[in-house]
Design a protein around this ligand. Structure first.
Ligand SMILES: [Fe+2]
Length: 362
């Protein structure tokens, strides 16, 4: 289905490089599904949204949030031609999102998208966001503690946008609501093998999708849209996204007891890697990545878990989670001390920028 979609208007009028790249990925995906030993994963479940009415979030809510920002410097704008974050103004973005109107292949066209657009009460929060099993009435789940519903953010991606393999929020699980458009989400679980393939060695460039087909296990393909729907990205879920029609989505971090075992395995692995990479001083890029990771773990992830156990004091996992939080805090501090020590020894690593949260790139 997706390949047919790619080969006809408006996607066939994408700039040639982007069109060829997407076509090759979709052909590789098709070949993969024909391989007898390829068993598709089923670790993510789609939740349908049955009633769509005037309170349902729509593209106009996302645009309202986008234009509520005082400046585009607050935004993570992606240039899909080169798959890099860029400083752009709103006019560039709007022109790009209207590219469906092009009727000839024009390599000068750039596809831009905006990600991690903060939610406002005039924008998506004025609509009824669908939290499915993560509703605050469900005591087995918990949303971002510090900012509550303001922790929602959204993104808008043009038709033809292809995002390489990555994780969001340094691996914190999140709930994704698809608002408009059509996408293929390619998902890989955080297994031991996948962690080692993806995070085992520091890399400066994201893993491309065709490499992921060869090296990662347990691929699940989700066709998301055109109807509204939602799903949860499990902890450290590796994913890549192929956008078939201009799309909007929203996301918010969530945790639940079912995540604990995997989250603790991931944390142990990442802290060990972080410690090793920091000691080895691979590069400023990775030093920055792990510094942000450690800050995020302390400020956000552990607070989420604390919120969950506070809300459910009688749950059998409260004891193990409390112990894990204490151990993790102490490990994070140790890693940070390594970083501070190495910075003293290597003054060139100082003065780097420290964004508090990794930008999402769905
Ligand atoms: Fe993402």
């Amino acid at each position: 289905m997706a390949l047919k979609f790619w080969n006809r208007p408006p996607l066939q009028y994408l700039p040639e490089e982007i069109w060829k790249d997407g076509k090759e990925i979709l052909e590789a995906l098709l070949r993969l599904s024909e391989e007898p030993d390829h068993s598709p994963g089923t670790f993510v479940t789609i939740h349908g949204i049955s009633s769509v009415d005037s309170t349902t979030p729509a593209m106009r809510h996302v645009y309202r949030d986008l234009f509520s920002l005082s400046g585009t410097s607050e935004l993570s704008m992606i240039d899909y031609n080169v798959k890099e974050t860029r400083q752009l103004d709103s006019a560039d973005l709007i022109e790009s999102l209207s590219q469906d109107r092009h009727h000839t292949q024009d390599d000068r066209v750039h596809l831009y998208g905006a990600l991690a657009i903060p939610a406002t009460r005039q924008g998506i929060l004025s609509a009824s966001m669908f939290l499915g099993p993560y509703s605050q009435t469900d005591n087995n789940s918990f949303l971002m503690v510090k900012s509550g519903e303001l922790a929602w953010d959204s993104g808008v991606v043009p038709a033809g946008g292809v995002t390489d393999v990555h994780t969001d929020l340094y691996g914190a699980p999140s709930w994704i609501q698809h608002i408009e458009g059509l996408k293929l989400w390619l998902l890989w679980p955080s297994t031991k093998k996948n962690r080692e393939s993806f995070f085992g060695q520091p890399k400066e460039v994201p893993m491309c999708i065709e490499t992921a087909f060869k090296t990662l296990e347990g691929l699940q393909v989700l066709r998301v849209g055109p109807k509204q729907m939602a799903f949860k990205l499990p902890p450290q879920c590796l994913h890549a996204v192929i956008t078939l029609a201009t799309s909007a989505h929203a996301g918010i971090p969530v945790v639940s007891f079912e995540d604990f075992e995997l989250a603790s395995q991931i944390m142990a692995y990442t802290l060990e890697k972080s410690h090793g990479f920091k000691q080895a001083q691979y590069s400023a890029h990775w030093d920055n990545y792990y510094t942000n990771f450690l800050d995020t773990v302390e400020e956000n992830d552990l607070s989420l878990w604390e919120g969950l156990i506070k809300r459910n004091p009688g749950h059998a996992l409260v004891g193990p989670i409390k112990k894990w939080i204490a151990t993790t805090r102490s490990e994070v501090e140790k890693c940070k001390q390594v970083s501070a020590y190495e910075q003293k020894k290597q003054p060139t690593a100082q003065g780097r920028s420290r964004s508090k949260r990794q930008k999402k790139s769905k």
